[in-house]
Design a protein around this ligand. Structure first.
Ligand code: ZN
Ligand code: ZN
Length: 436
C-alpha cells in the first residue's frame, strides 16, 4: 500500500503519452475563403476519386479543434471524406478498487461520456455532406501491468485500432476492450485479446484498421512509471478479421515493405486462412492545428457516389490508394489493371480478382508525372519490376508458367522527403489473379 501512496500523485499524469492523450485547449476556427489547398475530388472513368483523411482527433480527446472546426479545416485542405476517431479510453485503473488510475483523456470519462461524443459526431455526419463524415473511435483494447520493479511497467499503451461502420453506441459500450489492469503483474497475453476485439467489431458489422503499426516509443515518468509503447507490428498478420492497416505514414518499414507483415497477411488470404484480404490505407492521425495537416498521409477512395455507404463499400473492398508527401497530393491512379490479352475491361481494378487464361499484363499509370526515385511492381511480396516512370506495363510470363495464385500491388517512391513518418509514397491495394 505504501507504493500506492508514492505513486498516486505521480500517476495523475502517467498516461499522458504519444499519440495524444493530452487534453488540448481549443485552437479556434481556421477559416479560409476561396479555393481549398488541394483538389477534393476528381471524376475519372466512371469513378469519383475522393481525397480522404482518416483517423483524426478533436477536443473530445486530445485534438485542439472542435468537430465543427475540424470539418471546416477539412474543407480548407481539400478533404472530401473525413473520419473522426477520438480516443475511447477515459480513466484507466490498476486494480478493481480503482486506487491507482490514470486519465487517458478519451471520451469514456465522466466529463464527456460515450453518448455525448457519439450524439454530436453522428449528428454532424447526418447534417454534413461536404465532407462525407465517418464517425468512429480509436481504441487501445488491452493494456497490462508487467510488474513494479524497477518501475511500474505498463505495456501496449500504443496498440491502437480505429473502428468504423457501427451506428449503435451500445456495440461500443459492450466491446471487449478493458479499462483496467490487474494489480498482480501479467505476462504478454499474445494476440488473443486483440483477436477478440477485432472479431467482435467485425461480427457486429463494423470495420477495424490498425493504427500507426510501427510507432515506437518508450516513455518513463519520474523513473517510477514506464510505458512500453512500441506498436504491435507482430499482430498485423495474426488478426484474421482485421479490415486494414495504416501503411502510411508509420507502417512502411516493417509492415508495408515488400514481403513484410502486410504481404504475409495477403499470402494467408491467398491460401484461404484469411477470409478477406487485408487492405492498406494512409491515415492522418491529426491532432493539432495549425501545424498538423489532414493529409499527413491521405487515402484516395474510388467511389461510384460520394456518400458514406459507398465510402464504407470502398473500405470493405480495397478501392483505396494510400498517399503521403506533397508531390503526390494532386495526383491519382488513372490505371491499375491486369488482363491476359488486349486492354483490361476496367482500368481501375483495386481489390478485384481477375481470372486469366494467358500471361498477365499489368498496366499502371498516374494522372500526372511525379518525379520518382523508384516505381515498384510487387507480386506476392517480391519486387518483380522496378523503374522510374509513373506509367508502366509489365508482362508476367513467369507467373503464367507457374500458374499458382498471385497478386500484384504497386508502390511509388517519390523524390521528396523519406524520413520516417514523413515519406513521399503512393501505395495501391492489390489485384488478385486466378487462372482459368
Ligand atoms: Zn494512436
Ligand atoms: Zn490517434
Amino acid at each position: 500500500m505504501k507504493k500506492k501512496n508514492i505513486l498516486l500523485p505521480l500517476l495523475i499524469g502517467f498516461f499522458i503519452i504519444g499519440c495524444g492523450y493530452i487534453n488540448q485547449k481549443p485552437y479556434g476556427l481556421i477559416q479560409k475563403a476561396g479555393t481549398p489547398e488541394h483538389t477534393p475530388t476528381w471524376n475519372y472513368g466512371g469513378w469519383i476519386v475522393a481525397r480522404g483523411s482518416v483517423h483524426n482527433h478533436t477536443t473530445y480527446s486530445d485534438g485542439n479543434l472542435s468537430p465543427e472546426e475540424l470539418i471546416q479545416n477539412a474543407r480548407n485542405q481539400g478533404i472530401a471524406v473525413l473520419a473522426i476517431t477520438d480516443h475511447r479510453e477515459g480513466s484507466i485503473c490498476i486494480g478493481k478498487h480503482q486506487l491507482i488510475c490514470g486519465n487517458m483523456g478519451g471520451v469514456d470519462s465522466k466529463k464527456v461520456g460515450y453518448e455525448k461524443y457519439w450524439e454530436h459526431i453522428t449528428r454532424l455526419a447526418k447534417e454534413t455532406t461536404d465532407p462525407v463524415i465517418l464517425p468512429g473511435f480509436e481504441v487501445a483494447p488491452h493494456m497490462w501491468n508487467e510488474g513494479y520493479f524497477p518501475y511500474l511497467s505498463i505495456k501496449a499503451s500504443h496498440w491502437h485500432f480505429t473502428t468504423y461502420g457501427i451506428d449503435d453506441i451500445k456495440v461500443y459500450e459492450n466491446m471487449p476492450a478493458r479499462a483496467m489492469m490487474l494489480m498482480k503483474p501479467e505476462q504478454d497475453p499474445t494476440a488473443q485479446p486483440f483477436v477478440e476485439f477485432v472479431d467482435y467489431i467485425t461480427a457486429n458489422g463494423g470495420m477495424v484498421f490498425q493504427a500507426h503499426p510501427e510507432s515506437f516509443e518508450y516513455e518513463r515518468y519520474f523513473d517510477l512509471v514506464y510505458l512500453l509503447a512500441a506498436a504491435p507490428v507482430h499482430l498485423t498478420d495474426k488478426l484474421d478479421n482485421l479490415t486494414g492497416v495504416a501503411i502510411l505514414p508509420e507502417g512502411i518499414n516493417v509492415v508495408g515493405k515488400p514481403g513484410g507483415e502486410w504481404d504475409k497477411a495477403l499470402a494467408s488470404y491467398m491460401v484461404g486462412i484469411r477470409k478477406t484480404p487485408l487492405w492498406a490505407w494512409g491515415e492522418a492521425d491529426f491532432h493539432l492545428a495549425p501545424e498538423g495537416k489532414l493529409y499527413n498521409a491521405a487515402t484516395l477512395f474510388y467511389l461510384k457516389s460520394l456518400d458514406r455507404a459507398e465510402v464504407y463499400n470502398a473500405m470493405r473492398t480495397g478501392r483505396m490508394v494510400a498517399i503521403s508527401g506533397e508531390a503526390f497530393q494532386e495526383s491519382y491512379v488513372s490505371e491499375f489493371s491486369v488482363s491476359d490479352a488486349g486492354p483490361a475491361q476496367e482500368k481501375i481494378m483495386l481489390g478485384q480478382t481477375a481470372v486469366l487464361s494467358g500471361p498477365p499484363v499489368v498496366r499502371f499509370s498516374l494522372s500526372k508525372e511525379v518525379p520518382l526515385s523508384e516505381a515498384r511492381l510487387i507480386r506476392n511480396g517480391k519486387v518483380v519490376y522496378s523503374g522510374k516512370g509513373c506509367n508502366f506495363e509489365f508482362k508476367d510470363s513467369e507467373a503464367f508458367a507457374k500458374k499458382s495464385p498471385v497478386y500484384y500491388r504497386v508502390e511509388l517512391i517519390g523524390e521528396g522527403p523519406q524520413e520516417y513518418g514523413n515519406t513521399t509514397r503512393l501505395i495501391t491495394n492489390p489485384i488478385f489473379i486466378n487462372w482459368k
